[in-house]
Design a binder for this molecule. Sequence first.
Ligand code: SF4
Length: 433
Amino acid sequence: MNTRQQKINIITLGCAKNTVDSEALYSQLLHNDFTLTEQIDDADIAIINTCGFIDAAKRQSVDTILAAVERKSSGQLSKVYVMGCLVERYKNDLQKEIPEIDNFFGSNELPNILESLGGKYKYELLGERSVSTPNYFSYIKISEGCDNPCSFCAIPLMRGKHRTKPVEQVMDETMRLVEKGVKELIVIGQDTTYYGLDIYGERKLASLLTSLASVKELEWIRLMYAFPAKFPADILDVFKSNPKLCRYLDMPIQHAADNVLKSMRRGITRRTTENLIETIRTAVPQIALRTTLIVGYPNETEADIQELAQFIRDVKFDRLGVFTYSQEDDTTAFGLGDPVPEEEKERRKEYIMEIQREISLEKNESRIGMKTRAVIERSENGSFVGRTEWDAPEVDNEVFIPATEHVRVDDFVNVTITDATEYDLYAEITSKE
Ligand code: SF4
């Protein structure tokens, strides 16, 4: 059977950056007249877009590959292709350990995938994606790779040096997404604040955000993954002057104890982080700050955890996620070993999350009575469920709103917050526009 008669299933693992790559691949395959299916049961060819970020993600990727290979052995699949970050890091091992895999592709090898299937990569489709997220929101990747030296992180090993996507290309991709009905654009990259430095010789995120905010059809622009060291303050002016910029910022700080930050090579101290947070909150009142932390780093002591806990109590992030340290091959921190036992890492994670639960409730309750915008995402038991501008999809809070006539799923509405719990908000609609 030629590959065009066979059905292809793309399985996407890992982060939103992989989602974007899979969406571009999906579009290329469709424009090459391939048949795609959402169901592995229905597929002849599986393409697995893998993640190689930390141990748990690698395990999930390998398990997914093994399940597909089993299908191939029992004749349900004819081919298994593996692409993405795991290939970038472990292609040789995978080749040796799982010889049933038919082909391997790095994250930037879409043309080779097309060619291997008997198709042709269409360069005129650059920026074209078959969006897999709900109609109203989409991720936009403004860069690839990362130049930061964080000791624990394998991403630069997989995704390479930072490569800015030129402004024209980002805008072109945005217009294509807008034509498909996207109203919330979620700006991602490994470090979005670095945008522009490599190709324009200066940080250009503020001017990119201003251009994006000028797109009439967009309701919201949400900024993710802003690296705190050398944070470009001019972004805050864009927040102040453009209501389309969601009052939301995802800024991963990873830790607060100076000796851990230094060993992590984050290029920032606790004091500088505190000052930055104060500057952001003063410039953009009501902003919801999200961060992520790593606990169980090799040289993290009990005193460091106590310092981190106190920092969390003092700074009070609106949204917070905690990861346990994962020792990654070839990273700078690899040589420090992995002396903190897994149970102890889990204990530290739970300890910080317990503190955050109270803060989260306090922060949510402080929003009762506030007016904001929300998007209606679904209807459930006579209520609408959505998100306010303070919450990103998949990781943050939902808002519950009594259903009203003349409002539909996908609508953006003005709401007043009426109640709150640790991880949910309640609101009523004040107007549709
Ligand atoms: S900023 Fe640090 S943690 Fe983030 S991708 Fe770059 S090296 Fe990794």
